[in-house]
Design a binder for this molecule. Structure first.
Ligand code: ADP
Length: 413
């Protein structure tokens, strides 16, 4: 089954085409056929498209909206020049899997998209006003372009965290706000945390119930999740992705009173403050330079830039603090897993986060840590470490393709 995986944002689409079916899933033999990204949709869009094993094709195109961009991707895949040999015409696309950001309390697993499911995603717009509308547009565009008979599946970023107990998901606000508006912690990056937990279980060859780990997804957005007996029991992002760790441009945890304070001091609206917390804070805000961790590390190394170093320190301190909190919340864990662009590639950040965690039994091995970059997977702590550490590259698109196959075949994971 050739699955088109779409991650539609407000002005960009990331996609992959993955060939997989139930047998290939069981044998871990899924095949990636193509991948790409289209950015700056709405005007002269920038397209980067690549058939597996072939050269990247870069171009620009006038793409008015998400529909035009999805159309562009499908047309490209069907051309001879794309190099995606398995796709000759649209009949070679058998299903479409969508990353959907917010599934609220309604969606606890991936769903085959019906009108009812679509309404459910629409109902969650209140909770994710920036993200869900783009996801819906992607689903409707696909339906228009590939026909209502094309199976489409929604894979929710929040679904994996629906196992959080009340004490972890409720805010200590007047309870009626939870009742009335469902104000609570939902958590995000669920597909990534679930995927690395699955890989960990595979690596160790243990059943799901024996998975007791803390996963750290450190990319542009960052989140930590406590996974006990295979289930997410706490996670650092909240009702929106703003809460928790220090991120590229997001502040993570702050005292809510700061919002009112800054509104009056700076004469800003609540909306402007929200923009500031989401887009101008985090690594960018502290360093005053960039949200890109690689650039910050270079700056700290080459110029000993004080604020670059400070941003790195804040980032690592907050991550370490969450590991400690989750060890307490879970009554101990077997391993910490690093994933995401920073978690997968930066030995220095991993070492800085782990420094000071020796009390917990975590003994990092420098050479093993240094060797884990560029998609390598494996143990970075001593084999007899009481708390182990691993690097496991995430693969959200693969999980979306697999869930799509399972939903189409009506098989539970
Ligand atoms: P997204 O969350 O948008 O998917 P990624 O997971 O790709 O983003 O992570 C992007 C982050 O990873 C950036 O801050 C980038 O600088 C960082 N990164 C990538 N490679 C390295 C590296 N070798 N060392 C340090 N940081 C890196």
């Amino acid at each position: 089954m050739n699955v088109l995986v779409l991650n539609c944002g407000s002005s960009s689409i990331k996609f992959q085409i993955i060939a997989t079916d139930l047998e290939q899933i069981a044998q871990n033999a899924d095949q990636r056929l193509a991948r790409g990204i289209i950015e700056r949709i709405g005007g002269e869009a920038v397209c980067s498209l690549q058939a597996e094993g072939k050269a990247k094709q870069r171009s620009t195109a006038q793409l008015r909206d998400i529909r035009a961009a999805v159309d562009f991707i499908i047309r490209w895949a069907c051309t001879q020049e794309s190099g995606v040999d398995a796709i000759q015409s649209i009949s070679d696309i058998h299903a479409v899997g969508h990353r959907v950001v917010h599934g609220g309390e309604r969606f606890q697993q991936s769903m085959l998209i019906s009108d009812e499911v679509l309404h459910g995603i629409d109902d969650c717009i209140d909770l994710a006003p920036l993200h869900n509308p783009a996801n819906i547009r992607g689903i409707l565009a696909t339906r228009e372009l590939l026909g209502a008979g094309m199976p489409q599946v929604a894979v929710f970023d929040t679904a994996f965290h629906q196992t959080l107990p009340e004490q972890a998901y409720l805010y200590a606000l007047p309870y009626q706000f939870y009742r009335r508006y469902k104000v609570r912690r939902y958590g995000f990056h669920g597909t990534s945390h679930r995927y690395v937990a699955y890989r960990y279980r595979n690596l160790l060859n243990i059943p799901r119930e024996q998975v007791n780990i803390i996963t750290l997804h450190l990319g542009n957005g960052c989140s930590a999740t406590a996974i006990k007996a295979g289930d997410s029991v706490d996670t650092s992002m909240g009702m929106t992705p703003l809460e928790g760790l220090v991120m590229g441009t997001r502040s993570g945890d702050i005292d809510a009173s700061i919002i009112d304070f800054l509104m009056s001091k700076e004469g800003l609206t609540a909306q402007e403050i929200e923009g500031l917390l989401n887009k101008q804070s985090g690594l960018l805000g502290i360093s005053g330079l960039t949200n890109d961790m690689r650039e910050l590390l270079d700056e700290a190394r080459e110029n000993n830039d004080r604020r670059a170093l400070l941003a790195i320190e804040l980032f690592c301190y907050r991550a370490r603090k969450y590991i400690g909190a989750y060890l307490a919340a879970m009554g101990g864990a077997d391993a910490v897993i690093f994933t995401g662009g920073i978690g997968e590639n930066s030995a220095e950040i991993r070492a800085r986060i782990c420094r000071g965690l020796e009390w917990s039994g975590l003994q990092l091995v420098e050479a093993a840590n240094a060797s884990m970059t560029n998609g390598n997977e494996g143990l970075i702590s001593a084999a007899d470490s009481r708390l182990k550490a691993y690097v496991i590259p995430t693969d959200e698109e693969l999980l979306i393709a697999r869930d799509t196959v399972r939903c189409v075949n009506k098989v539970q994971r």
